[in-house]
Structure formats: C-alpha cells, structure tokens
Design a protein around this ligand. Sequence first.
Ligand code: GLN
Length: 498
Amino acid sequence: MNDLLKNVTAASLFKKLEAREVSAEELARAYLDRAETLKRLNAYVHLDADRILDQARAIDADRAAGKPLGPLAGVPVAIKDLLCVEKEPTTCGSRMLKDFRPPYDATVIKKLREAGAVLFGKTNMDEFAMGSSTETSFHGPTLNPWDETRIPGGSSGGSAAAVAADLAPVSLGSDTGGSIRQPAAVCGIVGLKPTYGRVSRFGLIAFASSLDQIGPFAHDLTDAALLLQAISGRDENDATSVDRPVPDYVASLDRKPDSLRIGVAREFFGEGLDPEVEAAVREAIRVYEKAGATIKDVSLPHTRYGIPAYYVVAPAECSSNLARYDGTIFGHRALDWSPKHPGEEELHPLVRMMMASRAEGFGAEVKRRIMLGTFALSAGYADQYYNQALKVRRLIRDDFDAAFKDVDVILGPTSPTPAFKLGERSKDLLAMYLSDVYTTTANLAGIPGLSVPCGLTKSGLPIGLQLLAPAFAEESLLRIARVFERETDWHLKRPELS
Ligand code: GLN
C-alpha cells in the first residue's frame, strides 16, 4: 500500500493538503492506483480517472493561487451510485439505469463541490437500494475487505467497503432501513443516518421517499461530522428538508456531552442476536459506565413490528417511485415487445413495450418489492396493510418519544450478526430482511442513528454499536459517540489486504 494512504482520515489528508505535503492530484492518483489493485472487491462501478484528475488539478491551482477553499478541498469522496452526478453514469445498481447520465447534480453533490471535495468513484449497491448485502446489484456483489468470502452489508456496500479498504477516506451512502448503519457495522467503520429532513434528497434516486436519507461513511467521528456538516441544510428543491440552522458538528465534537444518560432497550437484545455481537455491545455499556454515564433500561415495545411495517411502507412507496421506469422517458427500453403470452396480442404495443422493458430492466428483488407494494396499496387491501403499517409507524415513534424523555441516546447492536457469507441469505429472504431488525425503526420514526465500531469477533469480523437519538440531536449524538471512540481503539483497526 502506498504510504500516503496508510491510516489516513479525511481530516488528516486535509491537513497535509493545506501544508502542501501532498497535492490533490498526487492523492487522487494514489487512490486511483489502489482502486486498480483492489478491483476484485468490486467497490467501484464507475471511475473516471480523467475527470477526477482534472478536478484535483483545479483544486491544486486554486490552492496555489491562494483562493479561499472549502473544508474538504482536495479530499476524495466516494459516492453511492444512486446520487446524481452531472453527466456521469448513475446506475442505481440496475440494468434499468445502465445508460443513465443525469443532466444535473444532486444537492449533496453540489455541496461537496462547494466544499472542495474531489468527487471520486461511484460505488456499488443493491439494486435501487433494496437489500442488505449488495448482492442484488446488476454489477455483481461487492466483497467485504475483512473477509472476501463475505458480504459488505447493504445496500450501500460499495461505499462501506471503499472506506474500509482505504479506497477513499470517506464516502456517501443512503439509508432507508439501515443501508448506511448495517454496512458500516459489518465493515468496521462509522456510518451515520441523519434525521429525516436534515439532508436534502434532491438528486437521490428515490426508493421510499418518507424513509430515505443520505449520510456519511468514515473511519472516525471527526470525518463523519465533517461530511455531515458539508451536506446538511435546507434546500428549496426538497420540500421535506428542514429549515433549521446546521450546528458546527466538528467544532463541538470534543466538548463533553451536556448530559450522558444512555438507554438500553431490552428489545434490542432478543432472539437472533449473535452472542459475540451481544458481548461486544455489553462491553460498550461498561465503557460508558466507566466514563460516568448513567445507564437506564428503556423499552421500545413495538420494535418487533418494525420489520413488518417497514416491509409494507417501503415497498408501497417504491412501487409508486419506480413506476416512472417504463422505457418511455426513463430507463431501459426493450427492443422486442412482441406478444409472449396468450392474450398479449390484444394489448396496445406501447403497453407491451413498457411490460417488456420493466421485465428486462428490473431484477428479482425489485420486482418482488413492486408487486408487494402494489398489492399493499390496492383497493380493498390498503386498509389491511398500508394503513395498518402507518399506525404501527406512529406507535414506533411514540415509543421513541417516551424513551427519550429519560435518556439522551439509546444504545444497542447495529446488526444482529457480523457479516454473513456471500450467497448465504439470498435464498432465505426472511433471514435477509431480519438483518435490519435493529435499524428500520429509526427510519420509521425519522430519528438519527449512528453505527460505530465496537469490536471484532474471534474470527476477525467487525461488530457495530448503534446509537439512536431524538430528531435533530446529531450534535449530541456525535459527542456521546465520541466518548466511546476516545476510550477505545476499534476505529483504528483496518483490514489486512494483499
Ligand atoms: N435492507 C433494507 C431493504 O432491503 C434497507 C435498505 C436501505 O436502507 N436502502 O430494504
């Protein structure tokens, strides 16, 4: 490994860039070389070396000219392949969008450019962000850098693997039911899902609009705060983004938390929790106790309904969001739409074109979700499924509101197990869906959640600790997580890659 990239963070690289110890171009070249060496991990689905080097050189020129630069000037940031970057392929892990080049930047991308970041590769993901393993991608699976026979988590598996393998210092992902926190946990890095409305979703290809949020992956909390700071804030292009001041997450990070009351929800330690994961999380509780925290038992009684409610709400919204991919304006268009089944010859050719395009363009998991969602919303069934799920969603939110009256954060495991083997859960969908038992409730309630590394199993697989906080309490969430980071060195561990 190039020494330039050893044990670095975005903040440490920024210092070196400012001190002119390295140029943005040299740095970009080093990461491009490493991406080439570690191609087998399949973390990147698109890397435009010329464009990346041009951007890096432009930042070097600005720096040399003494122009005012943003807080990420020259730092490469990897981007999940569902965030629109002007004129670059944005495939969403799907054949449906394999030729899509957006004519505009997502707001978070615009903000990264303003901060001076070098937009690095587009990272692999589950198709349309539906999955927990990055195995449903049209580009094939991403491998976990800690054990290449295992999944990197999902759906933002490429973004997590890229940071874990030092293919980029930081990256962006999106989290609808756990897609930032779960891959962060199983790849041994930090992942933060902000409060719904903290970050603009404009230019994020929608999966489930009432749950989706964009957030950072990083090696430590300083970098996570740096990135969150850069992407947060009200955006007139996203009516659900909230007009609240963005605190200085970086400056406040090392201030002692105003209050350190930690809730331990008994529902997060149930059936299916791997004993090594449980032991690491219990050890984290002891770390907090020693650091002076008050530990309280809390209850989130509706947690067990999180997965069923999520798997109605998310597919319902996806069935509507994905209706636009029909081969007319958006997405893959089939060349052959001749009738294939009895009765189809009576359909209008346009309808057959749409049917054939959707049949070819979407993979099995996406089709399953569209069918589930369409059914859950259909006349006669909406009351039984969709409206029922919305009621459960309300109860889950009420659980959190009640619990947060007594505590500042709620602690538990991020994922019930460490990274599983590639292929292990692809045929057992319930097992796959249960990867998100501890993460979906935060999306349903709209609150922020953070995963930080808290251990390694005997066989060397990372374990993540999840901390949840009330809406818009990212600042205190980060400061409370920092207490743990300072007491431990799990965030310094990196996989050995040859
Ligand atoms: N794994 C969950 C799902 O399959 C969550 C995905 C996500 O957060 N995008 O829907």
